[in-house]
Structure formats: C-alpha cells, structure tokens
Design a protein around this ligand. Structure first.
Ligand code: HPA
Length: 272
C-alpha cells in the first residue's frame, strides 16, 4: 500500500509540474466564496479530478479546482471548493489538500467558510474573524498512528488561529471601514443544519458561529506547523433564531457580501 507520504509526494510533484512553485499562502474558499480565485493573476488552474489522490468535490457552488498565481502581490494556491466530512469522505481525505499544500511549501493557510450566526449581535452578511474553534464533529483528523515527520502526536491548539494574523485582519478591516465581527467557530459534521436546542447548547458552550467545515483543516494545518487565518461569512442566523434555514439563503448572502469578503481577504493578505 502506498503510504500517505508517498501519495503526498506524487500529488505535490504533479502540481509542481503544472508550474506551481514558490507558494506562500494556501487559501480554502468556502461555499459561495470561490469567486476570489477569479482575481488571481497569471492563474494556473488544475481540476481536482486531474490530480492524483485528490478526492472530488460534489457540493453545489464549488468549482472543484486549484488556482495558483498572485493575489494582492502574494503567491497563493487557492482551493475553489473543499471536501466535507458530510459528503462521506474520511477525515484523511477532507484534510488531504492541506497536507498537499504543506508539502508544496506554504507557510500559512487562510480558511474561509459560510456559517450560521449564533451570537445574538450578529447579522446575516457579517464577516467574522475566527479567533478559536470548537471541534464538535465527533472525530479528529489526527486519530490513528502519528507520523512524527509530519507533526507532533499531541499538537498544541492554544493558538491555532495565529494571533498576529488576527491583528492584521482587524487592522485591514478598520482601514477599509468594514465592521468585522469576531468569535469562536463551532464545527458540526452536518449535513443537517442544527436544531434550535443544539444552537442553544452551542451558544452556552461559547460558540459565536456554527458550520460544517474548517475545524479538521485547521487541526491538520496546526499539525503541519502552518500559521492560520480564518474568516467566516455569516450567511444566516442559526436555527431557532430565524424562521427556517436553507441553502439558497446561504448562497444569496455570500453573493451579497462577496465584494466585502474579497476586499477584506486581499487587504489582509497584502499585509501578512
Ligand atoms: N449551520 C451550519 N452550517 C452553516 C450554516 C448553519 O446555520 N449556515 C451556513 N453554513
């Protein structure tokens, strides 16, 4: 059987052969937020379906490709579409692209997502800087034997979201006059939206937003020694806080605030 290291090597070599080199930042673009990749200059695009050992994305609103090039003067490799646990992928597959980006030499990962607002002060359309997370998916991508060459057995999650990067994002938001919210992202497995009781629990436990992605990717990023910046787009108020929930609203809200989102990420990236 091919080991994870061998697979990563093959995947990374394939991507490098397409002209991807000197990457600084990995960028994972959440539901409805993929348009940012269209602003990447001198773009090299690689469909997930062409990449050895890459899973294939199934969710609406995701193009399913890597886009490499320059954004805000920085060399980035963006994922237009991610892999979710609720699609049936094991956590190893959900997080495989983060391992690949680490193997390709990124030093930082920017993760973005659509999320439900749990904090009563939030409104749909707000952007939230993620300052911490709660892994409520019921599993962990690092369960299993640990390869000490890839990272420690017991990673320290005390500063999973890099403090200096949070400072830069706050300053960037201030500079462009954007009301950037801030808080804790709680990751559920999905695919159901939460019940009102679960949202009550989430708030009681300290969550400000809930979603179905991100936590596993960030755990693997920390394991790989990467710096992390996280931004949520609050697309709706969470269950019990508004009449009902649907994916159409998530897409509509990201569509409405995508210019703010793109602006914030670019301004931040420029200063990181
Ligand atoms: N819950 C979980 N995931 C989400 C939500 C939500 O309310 N909105 C967008 N993604």
């Amino acid at each position: 059987m091919t080991s994870l290291q061998e697979k990563l090597q093959q995947t990374a070599s394939y991507i490098q052969e397409k002209g991807v080199n000197e990457i600084e930042f990995g960028l994972i673009l959440g539901s409805g937020l993929g348009e940012l990749a269209d602003e990447i200059e001198d773009a090299v695009k690689i469909a997930y379906s062409d990449i050895p050992y890459f899973p294939i994305s199934t969710v609406e609103g995701h193009a399913g490709q890597l886009v490499y090039g320059t954004l805000a003067g920085r060399k980035v490799l963006a994922m237009q579409g991610r892999f979710h646990f609720y699609e049936g992928y094991p956590m190893e597959s959900v997080t495989y692209p983060v391992r690949v980006m680490a193997a390709l030499g990124i030093h930082s990962l920017i993760v973005t997502n659509a999320a439900g607002g749990v904090n009563k002060n939030f409104e749909p359309g707000n952007l939230m800087l993620i300052n911490d997370h709660i892994n409520f998916t019921g599993t962990n991508p690092l369960i299993g034997p640990n390869d000490n060459e890839m990272g420690p057995r017991f990673p320290d999650m005390s500063h999973a979201y890099t403090i200096e990067y949070q400072d830069v994002a706050r300053a960037a938001a201030k500079k462009v006059g954007l009301n950037l919210r801030e808080g804790v992202y709680m990751g559920f497995s999905g695919p159901t939206y939460e019940t009102p009781a679960e949202i009550h629990m989430a708030r009681t436990m300290g969550a400000d937003a809930v979603g179905m992605s991100t936590v596993a990717e960030v755990i693997v990023a920390v394991h790989s020694g990467l710096k992390v910046l996280g931004v949520s787009c609050i697309t709706n108020l969470a269950a019990g806080m508004q009449a009902n929930l649907n994916h159409a609203e998530v897409v509509e809200t990201t569509e409405r605030v995508k210019e703010d989102f793109k602006f914030l990420v670019k301004e931040t990236l420029q200063e990181l």
